[in-house]
Design a protein around this ligand. Structure first.
Ligand code: GSH
Length: 201
């Protein structure tokens, strides 16, 4: 196996996942902002020119962070990060989709529509970025309400890939200078926990 990765939000999801399980696999780190993923050679690995990509020994390429995590979870089931029982797996799936669709997608769209590097990837619309910023504020409030029961981690109070997806969103927030309001004490508790107790990719 060989992992093509980078210091960027989605590759970090896989990097954190591996670190949490104490797994090391051979990897190549690309520089997204230098356009490393946009070469003709890399496009043969992923037609979308994005990392992460996991190359298997038979030459199969797996893309999409969560698909790679799913495969790694099967290979290395110890310290499960995607749920240990059918119900826990479904709960993680539910919460991961929520974290992706409600939080990470808004954060990602702000990045896509404001960072000059992405100007040739999407037609950048500043008003859309603005609308995503105000949507994100509401989504943090929503998450704060969900965490108001005092749990530390988002899904069933056990650290999982859901928190890792959230960490990727925090990674983008830091990069583009978006703060989470201090008064959202439950979200702040979660941020402190993932920062203090978990490795960053
Ligand atoms: N849906 C994909 C998204 C992958 C993705 O967007 N990767 C970004 C880095 S965070 C990338 O490689 N971008 C390269 C580019 O835009 O040129 C996943 O979950 O892995």
């Amino acid at each position: 196996m060989h992992l093509y990765t980078a210091q960027a939000p989605n590759p970090s999801r896989v990097n954190i996942f591996l670190a949490e399980k104490n797994i090391v696999i051979p990897s190549t780190s690309l520089n997204v902002m230098e356009g490393d993923t946009r070469s003709a050679d890399f496009q043969k690995k992923n037609s979308l020119c994005e990392v992460p990509v996991l190359e298997l020994d038979d030459g199969t390429y797996l893309t999409e962070s969560i698909a790679i995590c799913r495969y790694l979870e099967h290979l290395y089931p110890e310290s499960p990060l995607m749920g240990a029982t059918p119900l826990a797996q479904a709960r993680v799936e539910m919460w991961n989709r929520r974290m992706e669709q409600q939080i990470f997608s808004a954060v990602g769209n702000i990045g896509l529509h404001t960072i000059p590097f992405f100007a040739d990837k999407v037609e950048q619309i500043p008003e859309y970025a603005k609308s995503m910023k105000s949507l994100l504020e509401k989504k943090w409030v929503w998450l704060d309400g969900e965490l108001a029961d005092g749990r530390t981690y988002v899904c069933d109070d056990a650290f999982s890939v859901v928190d890792i997806t959230g960490m990727a969103a925090l990674f983008v927030c830091e990069f583009i200078g978006i703060d989470i309001p201090d008064n959202l004490t439950h979200v702040q508790r979660w941020v402190s926990a993932v920062r203090a107790d978990h490795k960053w990719g």
